[in-house]
Ligand binder design. Structure first.
Ligand SMILES: [Zn+2]
Length: 247
């Protein structure tokens, strides 16, 4: 009798232990699921989707008229390499860019030709040229710096032609929806890496003709130790208006 009772007690103990073990496993699984759900919710609020970087070296966009003035009547640019943005390409042709003090040789032309000629340089380039271009969104040339372009068949002077391009992110309407941002809005971007720079006031540009990519110039890339193809993260919406330096 005593022996049977003991066995029963042992069995009970065994079952309790098993149940405890089962409960423990159950709790671990639930925790895992909870963590996963929280992670998914967080991602929905701030998508953990990275954005590839494209570093823009100094370049020139030419109007069709200026292509002919620099390279000759009826001249067509030669496609050298497709760029990441659909339809855009780097041409074989280069021009000399002249500022107030010096020149930059062999500056790459990007195609296809555009309505207006636009030269995009870094501040380092501008200092070397002795020019004072403003920071502008591409295409906004009112008040841009004067610049002279010299090609094999002639030269052109553009009174409002040179800018330092505002950093920006190209994206499709679908990307904009996923990131929860709109065309023309400014956001912050974190680079990661050793330097871990945060860029604020990064302009969002939305079009179904675009591919997701953030464009910075060579000065910005060097400051953040970034190369084309490396990725950054959109971290927050930027509500900060720019204020004058020293105020
Ligand atoms: Zn761009």
């Amino acid at each position: 009798m005593k022996r049977i009772a003991l066995t029963a007690q042992r069995q009970d103990e065994h079952m309790v232990a098993e149940r405890r073990e089962g409960a423990k496993m159950h709790a671990t699984e639930i925790n895992k699921i909870v963590e996963q759900v929280i992670r998914q919710l967080k991602q929905k609020a701030h998508p953990f989707r990275t954005i590839p970087i494209g570093v823009s070296a100094r370049h020139v966009h030419l109007s069709p008229d200026h292509v002919e003035k620099l390279f000759g009547k009826g001249y067509r640019l030669t496609r050298r390499k497709a760029l990441s943005q659909p339809g855009q390409y780097a041409a074989e042709e280069t021009v000399m860019v002249a500022g107030g003090k010096s020149v930059l040789e062999k500056v790459r032309i990007l195609g296809p030709p555009r309505g207006r000629t636009q030269v995009e340089v870094s501040l380092t380039d501008a200092v070397k040229l002795g020019s004072n271009p403003p920071l502008r969104e591409s295409g906004d040339l009112k008040g841009a710096a004067p610049v002279t372009l010299i090609g094999p068949k002639g030269s052109v002077h553009v009174e409002e032609g040179m800018i330092i391009a505002k950093r920006h992110i190209h994206m499709t309407p679908k990307d904009a929806l996923e990131f929860g941002v709109q065309n023309g809005e400014y956001v912050g971007v974190e680079t990661g890496g050793d330097r871990y720079v945060t860029f604020d006031r990064v302009l969002i540009r939305v079009s179904d003709q675009y591919r997701l990519e953030m464009h910075i110039d060579t000065d910005e890339a060097n400051a953040a130790m970034l190369k084309t193809g490396e990725t950054v993260r959109l971290v927050k919406k930027s509500g900060v208006e720019p204020w004058p330096i020293g105020s």
